[in-house]
Write a protein that binds this ligand. Sequence first.
Ligand code: MN
Length: 733
Amino acid sequence: MATKEVSENTLIAQEYKNLLRNTYLSLSEKDKKLIRLAFETAVDAHKDQRRKSGEPYILHPIAVAQIVADEIGLGATSIAAALLHDVAEDTSLTLDDIELMFGKEVAKIVDGLTKISKLSKDKRVSVQAENFKKMLLTMNDDVRVILIKIADRLHNMMTLEFMPEEKQVRIASETLYIYAPLAHRVGMYNIKSQLEDLGLKFTEPEVFADIERKIKDSEEERLEYIKHFKEELQNHLGKERIQFEIEGRFKSIYSIRKKMQLKNKRFNEVFDRFAVRIIYKSTPKNEKFLAWKIYSIVTDHFQPNPTRLRDWISSPKSTGYEALHITVVGPGSKWVEVQIRSKRMHEIAEKGYAAHFKYKHGSKDEGGMELWLNRLREVLESQEADAVDFVKEFKLNLYASEIFVFTPMGDLKSLPKGATPVDFAFAIHSEVGEKTRGARVNGKIVPLNHPLNSGDQVEIITSEAAKPSTSWLDFVITAKARSAIRTSLRTEERLIADEGKELLRRKLRQMKFKFGDRIINAMITYFKLKTSLDLYYRIGIGTIDNKMLKKFAAEENNRFWQLFRRRPTDKAKPKSTDANQVSSFYDMLVFGKNQETLDYTLSPCCSPIPGDGVFGFVSINDGIKVHKNECPNAISLHSNYGYRIINAKWIDSSKGFFTGIIRLSGIDRLGLVNEVTHLISNAHNVDILQIQFDTENGTFTGQIKLHVRHASTLHMLINKLEKITGIDKVVRD
Ligand code: MN
């Protein structure tokens, strides 16, 4: 016993010494004291606890603190908070104690970390999503909370083998689902790769082991190749007095796996490229110049593929990542990916957030991190009612890559890839977004759903009379635009509903009903709606018309008399009051951003019904399967096959559909009508209600009546029809 304790104490002391050995931080005496005190407090607080592995518990917080110091590069406050991160939750020490001993800042971070770990461990997707939402809201207070949480998760993943198996899978899925994307977004690529590889190891152990073995088998060959490559360049770079290192770059097991799945390829087909990294020493002033000098030397020797050049030095990613990437034909005619970065760029690439501080020396960081945090705040502030949607949208924002566009004044704006002029307008100001009527990109008028490209100059044309349209929701991709459009539409809907209500009041009077709760409730039940607002809105836009109202009135009168006549004998049958009854108007499932109607089957594992929150899963053999958001399989589908998930939602086909008429004219030719109907009904799945073509002296005029959901569909068809040979003019009636 005594010897065990002694050796354990030695081990703890040893680990503590290692904690600060590798950090590049220059810690003041005060910093060191703070860390020492945190260490001693944590040792004492955890002294009777052991981890599942049997180790003394304190080794966990020390390991987390070491990741925080070395791999993330955070300062003394964070190191102390990491040492104390499990204290408030698991021991008798309280947050007040921590505040007294270590001050407000440390206490606040520990508090954030404790809140996250207290979140429910419920397996249902909706609860999980709620957890993530809370977690993200907590981290919004201080980004260090999430950085330390990621470190905590990394160490837990490293020691996951000691957990019971069912917990392993849950924790590993969660890691893949949210922690790895988070690490990616804050630019901690190293940690992200580790999280992903460990996540794969515990969710798909055989796959992991297989790829790991294959990589090992080819290692020797790769090292040999890199040596060759290096030898060819060594002299030339040396002649220019460039100090550099060349290292082989190894793809993570997870990324190989993902590529194999995505492209449906075998290991050898994916793992065919060699990748090297040239890391050079430079003063800040010469950095960019040297990068291109090296580029020039490399491409003098090896033929580059011009389409694969990426210049992240002139415009760094929003994570702060900088480097030049090229692909060249290397020795033995093999493709080699080459990354060129300075030592500083390299460190930022590996460590992300914190490394910026080392180089910026307290100067206000105006780089990518601020941009990212702002965007994050936006996502967090866009109040999505449904937590599952929230997490989905959040994840989309995490992975989105970036484009850079200019305002007419030449200001640079960063937007996620795929952003449209409407996203841009809302990014400038919500007032600009709400008044958007059109847009000019590089001087030319473009449709509002036109995807922007890096370097575009975008000008928004506004008008006082303009207002957001439902169809915008089909193409905007930023959370900010989406939530602003929704808010504005709700206001619009309310205005129409107000008109509808007045209209209904008059109609009821004409039909001799008294306007009031009883009759309104009867109508809501009769039309299978949810709220009175739904009712008023439908009357306002006319989907519930006079004929339907009259039919309702007739049945209502009839029912009333029946009741009156039968009252004495009738043991009124219980009315079908199904609590889950949903609007019969939710009658159609649509998929993807463009809300397409596609073939699908409802998955038997959770049997969704109209109105449920759902998502589509593209299966290999059975097409699209629709699952509920709360389906027990949802988490694992999302985390393992995220790329096969397709958005799905029930829509009310009566609410938005309207009849549109297109008139067209041009020069008649054989097969023209056929081509037109084919384009409309087959290629775009739009219902033709009526079609009429007249020809005269070789020219024709036609009129087509269509059933469409949005005006945008009509516009899109008009654009496409105009391109058919022979068609001269297409207009909307
Ligand atoms: Mn922990």
